[in-house]
Design a protein. Structure first.
Length: 143
């Protein structure tokens, strides 16, 4: 029985990994240039595309002030969709890609509110955390 062939992205990444093996002892300048010229722009574009989907989205509470659209235009207030509020009423930041309920309006999903920890200093989602850790060399990379 033959094993299923990997999807094109998995196959491409396996090829990059094989070429990367030439970077170790002994050092191979030819392989270094091959990887840099062919792969680095594609890999950077992939990371940037994933990060673009997982952007921060701020969740605000109502404040006690009467704000106007002029306040929003001058950046003295924030348009939170259903109300105008102060930047000081920021509750936390979520992931626009993972946590916004686009089909039922434009707000945080209940699953996100119940299941994710969006406290200060926490990543906005597991995808953002994994990409950031790999880019910053934190944790194990390359599995």
């Amino acid at each position: 029985m033959t094993s299923p062939s990997p999807d094109p992205v998995t196959a491409y990444l396996a090829g990059v990994r094989r070429r990367d093996e030439g970077w170790h002892i002994p050092f191979s300048p030819a392989r270094c240039c091959e990887l840099s010229q062919a792969d680095v722009p594609r890999l950077l574009a992939a990371v940037e595309a994933a990060r673009a989907l997982h952007q921060p989205f701020s969740i605000y509470d109502e404040c006690e002030h009467d704000h106007t659209e002029a306040d929003v235009a001058s950046l003295a207030a924030v348009d939170a969709g259903e109300f105008l509020t102060c930047a000081d009423s920021l509750i936390y930041v979520i992931c626009a890609g993972c946590c916004l309920g686009r089909s039922a309006g434009y707000g945080q999903t209940q699953d996100c509110a119940d299941e994710h920890d969006h406290g200060e200093g926490r990543p906005i989602c597991p995808t953002h955390a994994a990409i950031s850790a790999a880019l910053l060399g934190e944790g194990e990379v390359g599995g």
